[in-house]
Design a protein around this ligand. Structure first.
Ligand SMILES: [Zn+2]
Length: 444
């Protein structure tokens, strides 16, 4: 572990309960943890000093839902009939890609996606890998990339019965095996049990997944009414809406993270509130797939925890934050439907709460892990002060402004450069994987 580290002269956006912002302050770190956050000039020095003058010092951003392998589809010109709805997006884009993936692809994409997230200020991801023909060893490969990059990951293999019960079985086995892996001893790696979505799994598989998550004492995640296909499947087959069915099967509790929840009604929101589930909101992905707008303002009003994810598409958290800010205003016709503070909380402390890690992550408070993003404010066209900081984060900042990123007290991005791994090697490996994958998809 590196020695002590002092970040000074910055605007400190703490994201603590009081939502304090310090105009000119410092953060003192030792043994990887935050030991002091203060105003003015620090009285002590440290082994390493980072001058954050003109910068914002914010908690490392929590990406509450992603698919790291999604990065391999960037720029792909897939020769497919244009999808007309979400089910066709899955059938024509994602599922053929899933099937073509190899364990090397899982590793290469975890490296390139994780690097991009770090360089964009995100220090934590909740990843779901879906590769029905590359199940065994996939989680160790992703964990290996996570540790090498020095980012935090809660990782999972997505179980489904799209093709067969055997496929589901192999997914559960992979999760159980990974739970015993050496990687789980790393402070950076944890796991969850992931179910694809209720329309690709039986009641029995949901119940078995719930049981496994309880046995391993890890979070459970499932895509929930992202598109109408999920809702109609459950209504037609079970006479229940998606959240009702998940509730009947015991899948809803404080350790459950429902991704999307676009098509949930009042009854379902009632159940979600009662069960204390968390939601991973993915507004850019929802727009990309034209599935609709999740009722996030209502969720927040009810006290439901909502984190911000990217669902494997745009990994710049600032773009995702901006979309979360604007999409609910557009959908409701109310320019006050969502505020910058609410969105920033979703991307930090509320995201940490989704995965039960709010005691150690998500805000700049004494005793917490030193996961910190330093954002350069030198391009800002208007003054940077304690009052303007949150507004700038939502209105002005992009990933190009991320200067330094610290995870567990270790600097993994310095002056915009990845320190933990050779970026050119990552790019080479990722491009090789993408090219092979695209060739396979072109042959199908
Ligand atoms: Zn997803």
């Amino acid at each position: 572990m590196s020695g002590s580290l002092l970040i000074k002269n910055g605007v400190i956006v703490r994201e603590d309960e009081k939502q304090q912002v310090i105009d000119h302050g410092y953060v003192f770190i030792s043994d990887g943890k935050i030991k002091e956050v203060g105003e003015g000039d620090p009285t002590r020095s440290a082994d390493t000093v980072i001058d954050a003058a003109g910068c914002m010092v914010i908690p490392g951003i929590i990406t509450a839902h992603t698919h790291l392998y999604g990065i391999l589809l960037r720029g792909a010109t897939l020769n497919i009939r244009p999808p007309q709805d979400f089910a066709q997006v899955l059938q024509r884009v994602w599922w053929p890609a899933d099937e073509a993936l190899t364990v090397e692809d899982a590793y290469a994409s975890a490296l390139s996606a994780g690097a991009e997230m770090l360089l964009s200020g995100s220090t934590f991801y909740a990843d779901t890998y879906s590769g029905p023909n590359s199940i065994e060893g996939s989680l160790e490969a992703i964990a290996d990339a996570t540790v090498k990059l020095g980012i935090r990951g809660v990782i999972a293999f997505e179980v489904t019965e799209r093709h067969s019960a055997d496929e589901a079985e192999a997914g559960l086995v992979e999760a159980e095996q990974f739970a015993r892996s050496e990687y789980m001893k790393s402070e950076l790696v944890s796991m969850m049990v992931s179910i694809h979505a209720s329309f690709t799994v039986s009641d029995e598989l949901i119940e078995r997944s719930v049981e496994l998550a309880k046995k391993l004492d890890v979070p459970l995640t499932i895509h929930t009414s992202e598109g109408l296909v999920d809702l109609y499947h459950n209504l037609e087959r079970y006479g229940e809406r998606t959240v009702e069915r998940l509730d009947r099967l015991g899948a809803l509790g404080p350790k459950t993270v429902l991704a999307h929840c676009v098509h949930v009604n009042e009854t379902e929101l009632d159940i979600m509130e009662q069960r204390g589930v968390a939601v991973a909101h993915n507004p850019m992905s929802n727009m990309l797939n034209a599935v609709g707008v999740a009722p996030v303002a209502e969720m927040l009003e009810r006290g439901i925890r909502v984190g911000l994810g990217n669902d494997g598409w745009i990994f710049d958290p600032f773009e995702n934050m901006r979309t979360a800010l604007t999409i609910h205003r557009l959908a409701s016709g109310n320019p006050s439907a969502m505020g910058p503070e609410q969105v920033l909380r979703m991307a930090t402390i509320e995201g940490a709460k989704c995965y039960g890690v709010e005691q150690s992550l998500g805000s700049l408070e004494i005793g917490k892990q030193a996961d910190i993003t330093i954002v350069d404010g030198s391009r800002l066209p208007t003054p940077l002060t304690a009052e303007t900081a949150v507004g700038h984060l939502l209105n002005s900042i992009g990933n190009r402004d991320v200067r330094d990123v610290i995870v567990g007290g270790k600097t993994v991005v310095r002056n915009g450069h990845l320190e933990s791994y050779d970026l050119s090697e990552i790019t080479r490996r990722s491009r090789t994987s993408a090219e092979t994958l695209w060739n396979k998809l072109a042959r199908d």
